[in-house]
Ligand binder design. Sequence first.
Ligand SMILES: Nc1ncnc2c1ncn2[C@@H]1O[C@H](COP(=O)(O)OP(=O)(O)OP(=O)(O)O)[C@@H](O)[C@H]1O
Length: 585
Amino acid sequence: MRRARTDLVRTGVVGVFLAGLCYGLAAGLPAYWVFLAMSAVISGVLLQSLGVVAGHAGMVSLCQMAFAAIGAWTTAQLHVWGVPGGLYVWAPLAGLAAVPLGLLIGLPALRLRGVHLAIVTLGFAATVDVVLAATSFPGTDHGITVTRPAGLTSDRQYFLFCCAVFAIVGIALKLVRGTRLGASWRALRESERATAAAGTSVPGAKLSAFAVSAFVAGLSGALLAGQLAMVVSKNFDPGQSLVMYAVAIMVGAHHPEGALIGGALGVAVAEMLRRFGVPQQWSNVIFAVGAVQALTQGAGMSDAIRGLLHGVARGRRAHPATAGTPVPVAAGAPAEAPADAAAPAGPETTGGALEVTGLTVRYGRVTAVDAVGLTVPAGTVVGLVGPNGAGKSSLVDAVSGFLPGSAGTITVSGGRVDGLPVHRRARAGLRRTFQQDRVPTGLTVREYLRFAARRPVSDADIAEALAGLVEVGPEGPISALDVGTRRLLEVAGALLARPAVAVLDEPAAGLGHAESARLGEWLASVPARYGSAVLLIEHDLDLVRRACTRVTVLDFGRVIAEGPPAEVFTRAHVLRAYLGEEMAA
Ligand SMILES: Nc1ncnc2c1ncn2[C@@H]1O[C@H](COP(=O)(O)OP(=O)(O)OP(=O)(O)O)[C@@H](O)[C@H]1O
């Protein structure tokens, strides 16, 4: 609450300062510089559109100028038709006109990534360019220019209008950033698999990012039409989309100050080169080098600036570090439970939280999982163990929906989920975590836990989950946490969703013996705490003994034993399979 108030006050102070700056610039700059400043702000709006799709969602888009062109074209057309309301109405309509094309270009993004998506989006930009060059903008053939409404006729007034639009877009995107939608974009950037596993539709997240991005780019096109009065296809050269992408990466356009710096740099560098008589194309080289630098360092200019400011603020407050090594602490749990301690019984019921029958996974001629049957009763923690290559990961992937070609039936709380995509299985009550670190680093701990929970969770819920698992504060950025802590955070996120069953893939990897033992105690209490059953995949048999009431052993894709851990781990054929012939002898 106090933090929210501090944020509000800080935002207010910055807002008043920036508004004063804009008025100062509009009043004090010579006319030519006002025109340049206007260009910088309009470029800033376009860069904010790239901040959504490239900065937040981590997708390549080399067609933002095409979206802007559609916005400008729509503005010119609305003007020719004499639609009332002037730019105040035309600009949002121009943004909306670009949305269908944003969705269209988002469709290939559902399957393509990286360089392939870059080629498709650039191809789209080239196509729009060809069409616009062939058809010309509305009104240009008859010399009809886009007129600004009363109150915006002078460049100084129009500059202030552009600043207001930039601010509104920045505030709106900041608000979206705090919602599930914004979190899904940032999760997408980190891992599509983890996004889907958290119950979020990956296609939905990608398409919404492209749609919002196209809207903002369309707005910038409308502003440009108002600035230049007459736009032609050359203003939206596809090569410019490439340059803008490089600038967005260089400055970190997902933060408004980054977008503004990018817009200002674009104009300032071009102006300097012009004054020194250097060909303007050299600015492209400068931005390309800047983008490479940002990619190498993993942060754009705005990230670096924010990092510096946060560092200074933290230093001043001498705040305890939010990052920490994982310290699983179950309230009241003994530091070391005896290895053969019976796992506490949860509120076991007869229904199966997860039931798998005849599950078969084949990779070509390799049968990784061979007609496996497995039940995780509600209210229990069941272990799944086996030597390397036994088929555990394949089983987890198949159960959670990442191997749609697998055969067999899977039910969650009695409902069939096989055949459903990953996010629908997650929503049906089947959550999973990953062996590899897939927690989105762009979020804070609280933002991530709220995103992963997919239900309203209070600060008290978050504090309880953290207190039980990891010693980190909810405000800290995930990027500051070590991999072991992130893995435990992922466990907390999955359980805060209170799923019917949580499939935890080696959550203790990287933990020391004592930490792993405490995690075991905590996992044993999960059914009572969260009402969730757990399927625990682990190599650490001591942890399995502590957490699980039953265990299933896989070898060469088949179930070779099943029962209470204390009994199963004494069977000779299990020891042979798991520990090797020599040790079992
Ligand atoms: N993508 C793949 N293509 C071909 N074979 C695969 C593939 N993934 C796994 N396998 C094979 O399937 C079998 C089961 O592998 P899987 O990774 O599921 O076992 P695991 O029990 O999870 O092993 P580990 O404990 O080492 O993670 C192994 O023989 C493995 O080589």
